[in-house]
Ligand binder design. Structure first.
Ligand code: TRP
Length: 413
C-alpha cells in the first residue's frame, strides 16, 4: 500500500495532480457521476483534500476573507461546508487590489425540480456576488445531460430553462449575471467554441481516461465534453462581457465532485496562455436517509424538493430524516444524540444561520435534553420557509426576465 502524502499547508499546495488519485486508499468514490461513502458520517473530506491535491479552508483563510471583504464570512464558509479551495488567497488579493475577476458556476439540468442540495452552491454564489460585486456566469450543461443521460435534445433544453428560473428566483442581479445553455450559446459565440477546441487539442484521450475514467465504449461526445465545462473558465469565451481581455481569472464555487473538470482546466490554462481558475469546493448535502450518499434527484424521498408543499416537507423530515437519537426516550435522555450522523442536525448546519442557536441545539441534543422530535420541528419550520419563499419568488419570473438573463450582453460592472 502506498503511503499517503502529508497534507501540505494551504498556500504552497498548488500541485494539481492531473489525475489526482494516485494515493487513493479510501473507499469513498467521488467523481462527477458517483458519490459513495461506506461510513455513516459520510465522505472523509480531509482525505479528499489530500487525494485531489487541493487546500483546506482553514481559520487563516476565513480571517483573510473577513479582513479583505470587511464583513463576516458566510455561515457555509465559517462552518467548513465550503471546506476546500485552490488559489483563493490570490482571488482575495485581486479583490483587495481592485483587479478584475469573475465568478463561474453551473448546473447540469437533469430534472425539473431542484432539491435543497442543488441550492447550496447557488446560495453561496449569490453571497459571493453580493460581496465582491463581480460578473457572474452560470453555465447550464444541457449538452452534458443529453450525452450522459437518457434525454432528448429538446427535453434537455426545456429542463435548462426550467432550472434557470429556479436559479434566477434566488435573487441574482440581472445587470451582473449571464446564464447560458450550451446548446444555445455554442451557436452564438465563435469565441466560446474556439476555446472549446483549443482545450480539446490540449488534452489527450489518455488524460481524460485517467481523470474521468472514460473507457473504450463511451461515446466520443462524453470524451469531448469536459472541454465544454472548462471553456467558461476563460474570459475570452465571453467577448460581450470581457471584450478581448484574456487575462481575467475566475473563481468557481462548486461541489467537490466537479473538481476533476477543473483539475483538467488548470492543467491546460498555462498552455493556452490563460490564468488558472480558482476554486471553492463544498461538501455534499446529505440524503435524508443518511450521509453515505449524495441525493438522487430521481428519488423523491431522498430529499426535500423546491416544489414540495409544506406538509410534504414536514412528512419527509419526520418520516425519512435519519436520526442520531436514542432508540427510546429513556435511552436518548441517558446517552444523548449523535449530531454527526443526525440528518436533521446536519441540515440545520446548512440552513440555520444563527451560530448561537445552532450551538445550543447541538449541546442540548448531544446531552439528551433535546429530543429528536424537537430538533426535527425546528428544521421543518426553517425548510418550509425556504421552500415557500422560493416558490413565491419563482412565480414572479416571467419569460422576459428569463430571456434577459440568457441573452449574451454587456454586463453592468
Ligand atoms: N457538470 C455540472 C453538473 O452536472 C454543471 C456545471 C457546469 C458546473 N459548469 C459548472 C458546476 C461549473 C459547477 C461549476 O451539475
Amino acid at each position: 500500500m502506498m503511503a499517503e502524502p502529508d497534507a501540505k499547508s494551504s498556500d504552497q499546495n498548488n500541485g494539481d495532480m492531473l489525475n489526482g488519485e494516485e494515493n487513493c486508499n479510501s473507499d469513498d468514490i467521488v467523481d462527477p457521476w458517483n458519490v459513495v461513502s461506506t461510513s455513516a458520517t459520510g465522505i472523509d473530506y480531509d482525505k479528499l483534500i489530500r487525494r485531489f491535491g487541493c487546500c483546506k479552508v482553514d481559520e487563516n483563510l476565513i480571517k483573510e476573507f473577513e479582513r479583505v471583504t470587511k464583513k463576516p464570512a458566510h455561515h457555509l464558509l465559517r462552518r467548513g461546508i465550503f471546506f476546500s479551495h485552490r488559489d483563493m488567497y490570490e482571488i482575495l488579493k485581486r479583490y483587495e487590489e481592485k483587479k478584475p475577476f469573475f465568478l463561474y458556476t453551473g448546473r447540469g439540468p437533469s430534472s425539473t425540480a431542484l432539491h435543497l442540495g442543488h441550492l447550496i452552491p447557488f446560495l453561496f454564489t449569490k453571497w459571493l456576488q453580493d460581496t465582491f460585486d463581480v460578473p457572474l456566469i452560470i453555465q447550464l450543461t444541457d449538452d452534458e445531460k443529453f450525452l450522459f443521460r437518457d434525454l432528448t435534445v429538446e427535453e434537455a433544453k426545456k429542463l435548462a430553462e426550467e432550472n434557470a428560473k429556479d436559479i434566477i428566483a434566488l435573487g441574482f442581479d440581472v445587470e451582473k449575471t449571464f446564464i447560458f445553455s450550451d446548446f444555445n450559446y455554442m451557436g452564438q459565440s465563435p469565441e466560446f467554441y474556439q476555446n472549446v477546441v483549443r482545450i480539446q487539442r490540449s488534452v489527450t484521450f489518455n488524460q481524460v481516461k485517467g481523470i474521468f475514467g472514460f473507457g473504450d465504449s463511451d461515446s466520443i461526445g462524453k470524451i469531448a465534453f469536459p472541454a465544454v465545462q472548462a471553456a467558461p473558465s476563460f474570459s475570452t469565451s465571453f467577448p460581450s462581457i470581457f471584450g478581448d481581455k484574456s487575462n481575467i481569472p475566475c473563481l468557481i464555487p462548486c461541489a467537490i465532485d466537479q473538481d476533476p473538470y477543473f483539475r483538467m482546466t488548470r492543467d491546460v490554462a498555462p498552455k493556452l496562455g490563460f490564468p488558472k481558475p480558482a476554486l471553492l469546493h463544498s461538501q455534499f448535502f446529505p440524503a435524508l436517509q443518511g450521509a453515505q450518499t449524495k441525493m438522487n434527484a430521481s428519488d423523491p424521498n431522498s430529499s426535500v424538493f423546491l416544489t414540495d408543499t409544506p406538509s410534504q416537507v414536514k412528512n419527509k423530515i419526520n418520516k425519512y430524516a435519519f436520526s442520531g437519537g436514542g432508540a427510546t426516550i429513556e435511552e436518548h435522555k441517558e446517552r444523548g444524540g449523535n449530531c454527526d450522523i443526525d440528518i436533521a442536525y446536519q441540515y440545520l448546519r446548512f440552513f440555520l444561520e444563527d451560530d448561537e442557536k445552532l450551538e445550543k441545539i447541538r449541546k442540548d441534543y448531544s446531552s439528551g435534553e433535546l429530543l429528536t422530535g424537537h430538533l426535527k420541528k425546528e428544521l421543518i419550520t426553517i425548510l418550509q420557509g425556504v421552500v415557500s419563499e422560493h416558490q413565491k419568488q419563482r412565480k414572479l419570473i416571467d419569460e422576459a426576465t428569463l430571456l434577459k438573463f440568457m441573452t449574451s450582453r454587456k454586463l453592468n460592472i
